[in-house]
Ligand binder design. Sequence first.
Ligand SMILES: [Fe+2]
Length: 180
Amino acid sequence: MTESISKRLPQPHSKNSEMRTNLAREAVAELSDELLLLISDVFSLFLKTKNFHWHVTGPHFREYHLMLDEQADQIFAMTDVIAERARKMGASTVHSISDISRHQRLKDNNDEGLAPLRMFEELLSDNQQLTVFLRQLHEVCERHNDVATASLIEIWVDETERRAWFLSETLVDLRQPRTA
Ligand SMILES: [Fe+2]
């Protein structure tokens, strides 16, 4: 068990944790560890999508701006559900931006003046990577028979693949040679 998780789990004889789930303590340790990484990635991707929503420029500004806002809303909606899955197991979740930055696997991008092509390439790559993380967590859920988290992940994989679809179609358009 990692140090971060051992601090986030309830005490072995906590009445609260005994009441919340019949998952084994080892299962809760592994699942809450994975949920902590996932929520950190999701918050990071939410903020990057908002960052690009705010900073995107160009001839298709309105279309890109609105699409990224829609995607950011969908990503943000995941955060509360992930955090509450951890709490329902009796584990804790992220407390702050600094907590998120210690656990995120997806990278931030603080570049100024990023071209729309680069923004969409990076978001596509991040969403594809998120799908990999979600599928890996689904395997952990199946191993521990955590059907509740598994069912949520199935929806999030579908949503993430939809975002990737829209991003990849936008990239096809952006890569078309421009005619004067
Ligand atoms: Fe906005």
